[in-house]
Design a binder for this molecule. Structure first.
Ligand SMILES: [Zn+2]
Length: 250
């Protein structure tokens, strides 16, 4: 793929997806950030740009350790997911699939449209202190512009295989053809955790509705190794819960 085509794809991905600062950054000259222990790492994100202030001063940051949740009658999460085109983007920070209209998460009377999903290794959220090999984030937005992210641990083999088979090794590239069924990426179990948090990448903006399905799905060692070869680690460390409620429907 030539560079011009790659940048065009990135611009489209950035417009469609509020979480992928990576794509926007690769296409423009935004501050470099990464997951390392150096200057660009999570401990310094808040100082890299005035726009990233919430990363260090925010009081409702994500991810968190999911433990000691308050058991509550939570509105059920209904996921009306179907097939999406298999177009896989490497935005320099993760592997991402942008989703066209037609897939949604409904909670009570509120509907959030699915924008994209992407992966983190190891998991960003923890469950009672335990981390998992992989976490995927389904990023949604409602009519008012509020973001809701659904986190799922682990991976379902056949769909992940299809994505891994075409994922580009180079940042800024996209690849793939055909379609995948998003339902293959979801566990049967809909019990979940609910809390208010933030984007887990700069600018770490708050006001994000988080729901995490704790039921881990199967993932093979080889699948983890293939992702880790491109992204050895792309998980932000857990943040303090502070004065937040963590609700749990189990
Ligand atoms: Zn994410």
């Amino acid at each position: 793929m030539n560079r011009r085509h790659a940048l065009k794809l990135l611009a489209g991905a950035a417009a469609a997806c509020p979480l992928c600062g990576g794509a926007a950054q690769a296409a423009s000259a935004g501050p470099h950030w990464d997951y390392g222990t150096g200057h660009g790492g999570p401990a310094h994100w808040g100082q890299l740009s005035a726009d990233f202030g919430a990363c260090s001063s925010g009081m409702q940051q994500s991810p968190i350790d999911l433990k000691s949740g308050v058991r509550a009658e939570l509105k059920p999460v209904r996921l009306a997911y179907g097939q999406v085109p298999l177009k896989v983007v490497n935005n320099g920070h993760t592997i991402q699939v942008d989703c066209p209209d037609g897939n949604a998460m409904t909670v009570g009377s509120e509907t959030f449209k699915l924008l994209q999903f992407h992966f983190h290794h190891p998991s960003e959220h923890r469950l009672d202190g335990r981390s998992f090999e992989l976490e995927r984030h389904f990023v949604h937005r409602n009519g008012a512009g509020d973001l809701a992210v659904l986190g799922v641990f682990g991976a379902a083999n056949p769909v992940i295989d299809a994505i891994w088979r075409v994922m580009p090794a180079e940042a800024g590239e996209a690849a793939g053809q055909g379609a995948i069924d998003l339902n293959g990426l979801l566990p049967q179990e809909r019990q979940h955790f609910l809390y208010h948090g933030s984007l887990t990448t700069p600018p770490c903006s708050e006001g994000v509705h988080w729901r995490v399905l704790p039921a881990p799905m199967e993932i093979s060692r080889e699948q983890v190794a293939r992702f880790a070869a491109l992204f050895p680690t792309n998980a932000r460390p857990v943040q303090e819960l502070r004065r937040r409620f963590l609700l749990e429907s189990r």
